[in-house]
Structures are given as C-alpha cells and as structure tokens.
Design a protein around this ligand. Sequence first.
Ligand SMILES: C[S@@+](CC[C@H](N)C(=O)[O-])C[C@H]1O[C@@H](n2cnc3c(N)ncnc32)[C@H](O)[C@@H]1O
Length: 198
Amino acid sequence: MVLMIYLEEIEKKALEDNVPIMQKEGLEFLINTINEHQGKHVLEIGSAVGYSAAMIALNTKAKVETIEIDQERYDEACANISALDLKDRVVIHHHDALDFPLEELEMGDFDCLFIDAAKAQYQKFFEKYMAVVAPGGICVVDNLDFHGMVFAIDEIKNRNTRQLVKKIKRFKDWILNHEQYDVEYHHIGDGICVIRRK
Ligand SMILES: C[S@@+](CC[C@H](N)C(=O)[O-])C[C@H]1O[C@@H](n2cnc3c(N)ncnc32)[C@H](O)[C@@H]1O
C-alpha cells in the first residue's frame, strides 16, 4: 500500500514537472512481455525519474540497469529507487547512452533491451545496445506512433516536430524491413514494437 502511494506520487510529480514517463497501457504490456520471457536482466535507455525501472523491478523477477543523461532526473531516479528499497534490483547510470562504455554495464547478458530515450536516436541506441542482448533476447521500443503523427507527417506544421517524426518513421521502416530481425508491432499506448533476432 505504501509502495503504491509512493509510485502514484512519482507519477503525479512527473506530470507536474513535465517529465515524460511511460503510459499505463504500454508499461503493462512491457511488464507482461518481460514476464513471458522470464527476463532476468533488463537494460533501459532513458530512466527519467526511475518510474518504469521501479515498476519493472516491482512487477517482474528482473533486475534493471538503466541510463539517464539528465543530472536532475538521474538524482531524482536515485532517490526514488532508494526510497522504494530497490537498490539491489535497479542500477542507474548518469551518462549519455550514446557514448556510455559498454564495459561499464554491471549486468550483461540482457534478456530485454527497452529503448525509451531521445526518439531521434532510436536506431543508434538499437545498433549499439543489441550487442549486449543475449541470443533469444528481445528489444522493446515505445512511442513509435508519436501521437498518431507518424501516419500524417505532411500535416505537421512545426518544422522540428516534423523532422523528429520523420526520424521515428525512418527507424520504424528500417526495422520493419530489416532482414535480421522479426518485429511485432502493437497499437498499444503510443505504438510499441517487440524486436527479435531471426
Ligand atoms: C521518455 S523519458 C523516459 C521515461 C522512463 N523510461 C519512464 O517511463 O519512467 C526519456 C528519458 O531519456 C533521457 N535521454 C534522452 N537522451 C538520452 C541519452 N542520449 N542517454 C540517456 N538518456 C537520455 C531523457 O533525459 C529522458 O529523461
């Protein structure tokens, strides 16, 4: 009960501070997917304030290693994980995931890679971190519909948003047509895919 209240507080504060955290439907899907795969080690790119990492640790048997670029969010994530008594289940790194040295990862042999950071960089994160995903492991990527905008790029007025959505669409098309990967696409939350090596 106390845990639930604390988690609700994290959610509420994130909303107030404009920190984007995973939508309920998508998070539920991610947790079910990790449980189906009996995942033991999850690598998350983009911790924000540690909400999804905490939810994974509390609702699966997996340990989570997560990377966050922003100092303030990293500090808040560390405080939240400590307060939830999850320090032995969640490791947080403060770093740009694009130049984080892979040898500094503590867990290795990840069953699941979850990409939830800068959307324009999805392909770079994917190419870098699939190298530490065990054979048979999966990658889950969120926000692939970007509020439905991916289906109506020409109607986006703001130039920066249009560029970002184009990059998301480019990743989506690239991975859906990749000969080395099978992709399941789900219209859940903001569009989620589960990627497996063939
Ligand atoms: C959507 S939020 C993550 C939400 C979190 N997974 C949750 O659901 O609770 C994305 C986070 O990725 C972080 N981020 C963006 N680019 C990054 C990078 N290159 N390396 C690490 N973190 C990054 C942002 O600072 C932001 O906090």
